[in-house]
Design a protein around this ligand. Sequence first.
Ligand code: VGL
Ligand code: ZN
Length: 192
Amino acid sequence: MRVKITPKDALVLVDIQKDFLPGGALPVPEGDKVIEPANRYIELFQKAGAPIFATRDWHPPNHISFKEQGGLWPPHCVQNTEGAKFPKELKLPPEVFIINKGDRPEFDAYSGFQGTLLEDLLRERGVKRIFVGGLATDYCVLNTVLGGLNLGFQVFWLSDASKGITPEGERRAEERMLSEGAVKVVYNDLTL
Ligand code: VGL
Ligand code: ZN
């Protein structure tokens, strides 16, 4: 496959944050392995003059998704903590758009579109195709891909820049994304 990246395309990197990396509060196995591929995509989209978005899980300390509040997860990505930061190895350019999500106590957001300005920012720029990768494939990447498809964007899943929490979750997420119309790509499928 050959997909030519233009300024009407957008890169959407999902939740590549310290808490989702090995040693973090909610580590994705081998989550750190997405950083190098993500950096290559960043360079390619910069060269193409295409906008780059980085979502971040940005929870208040009493967030509904935390176990203490009856949720599924240990506390993670708490606003303004070290764990919520992007790792310094991730080479986000100065012009990156940072999208905070899950930032209100009573709502969770697995999708980068949920409760954010992501859709408006993409539409303002005339973006039709989005290229989505990051952490975790079986939660926030999956839901951001499905959210984009539902809103009518053409969605490419960056399979080599994504990692899942469990192998089973990863397998099911892939099946779901492809059946809903996402296109699975790797870095070498894209070109300037
Ligand atoms: C995520 C679990 C809880 C994710 C966020 O970014 O995939 N997963 N919060
Ligand atoms: Zn979260």
